[in-house]
Design a protein. Structure first.
Length: 274
């Protein structure tokens, strides 16, 4: 298994390349201000701002990750978390409320929370951070999250790397790396496949049509655990979740849901929703 340092270094370079491309796009739109007609100026200002903020965020995060990789030489550790959710209802909903940009929660259809991830940043209440988050397209924006259970106990720290390719990392409660994600395309079916990989190998996978964004989640033995339907509306609780952007989860196995599976579900949510 490749060590943490190698993966972080690769992701750092990808983020810096993506950031450079976006900053270059911002410069093109900025120069276009002098050639566009009056009706296009506001659009050019908007796009140059979006590209500049997104690009500079990626450049900064990529640089920090590059420095981090030089001080991170350890291998992935075995996930020692043996806790789990004892039982879940057949259908649940995971997502974020319109006014809670930095947080996503897992709910039952009565609105009770079973756990959440919340973005970490010392500046998240500052206008500059909020502006950067709002103007940066969610799937390419890097972010770090804390995952907690129903009682608020910290379970994992989740790192989502930004850029045009997507990868997530999972750390345990003492911030040792225990898992990462990869994505690939099944040439036979054309489906997108996401993998949740621990020290011992792939523990979870999610395969489905990327355009529809419905994914079947399986364990290493091929057993079906759940179906994640990104963007779906829970008809039985449509009004309750009307202000939440998220995904419906239909559980095939409803007892003893491992925390690592919940981390994978939240990571998939960061890929498509936050």
């Amino acid at each position: 298994m490749t060590n943490v340092q190698t993966y972080i270094e690769k992701d750092a370079r990808k983020q810096m390349i993506a950031g450079g491309v976006l900053v270059g796009g911002a410069l093109i739109f900025f120069m276009g201000l002098f050639t566009f007609n009056a009706s296009s100026i506001l659009l050019a200002i908007l796009y140059s701002g979006v590209f500049a903020i997104s690009g500079s965020t990626l450049l900064r995060k990529g640089y920090l990750d590059l420095q981090k990789s030089r001080n991170t030489t350890i291998d992935f550790n075995k996930d020692q978390s043996f806790t789990f959710i004892e039982k879940v209802p057949a259908r649940m909903f995971v997502g974020r409320r319109e006014k809670e940009f930095f947080k996503a929660e897992l709910y039952d259809m009565a609105g009770e929370s079973y756990g959440k991830i919340e973005e970490e940043s010392p500046n998240k209440r500052k206008n500059s951070f909020l502006l950067a988050a709002l103007l940066s397209y969610g799937s390419i924006r890097p972010a770090d999250y804390t995952m907690t259970d129903q009682e608020g106990n910290r379970l994992y720290r989740i790192e989502k790397k930004g850029g045009f390719t997507w990868r997530g990392y999972v750390q345990n409660d003492i911030e040792q790396y225990v898992a990462y994600t990869e994505s690939s395309k099944d040439k036979a079916t054309g489906q997108r496949v996401y993998h949740y990989i621990e020290k011992e190998g792939c523990r979870w996978s999610a395969a489905g049509d990327e355009q529809v964004a419905h994914f079947k989640i399986k364990d290493a033995s091929g057993k079906d655990w759940a179906v994640l339907k990104s963007g779906a509306v829970p008809v039985e609780a449509a009004e309750r979740f009307s202000d939440i952007q998220g995904s419906v989860i239909e559980w095939k196995i409803r007892e003893e849901i491992p925390n690592s599976l919940m981390a994978f579900v939240f990571l998939l949510q960061t890929r498509y929703q936050i």
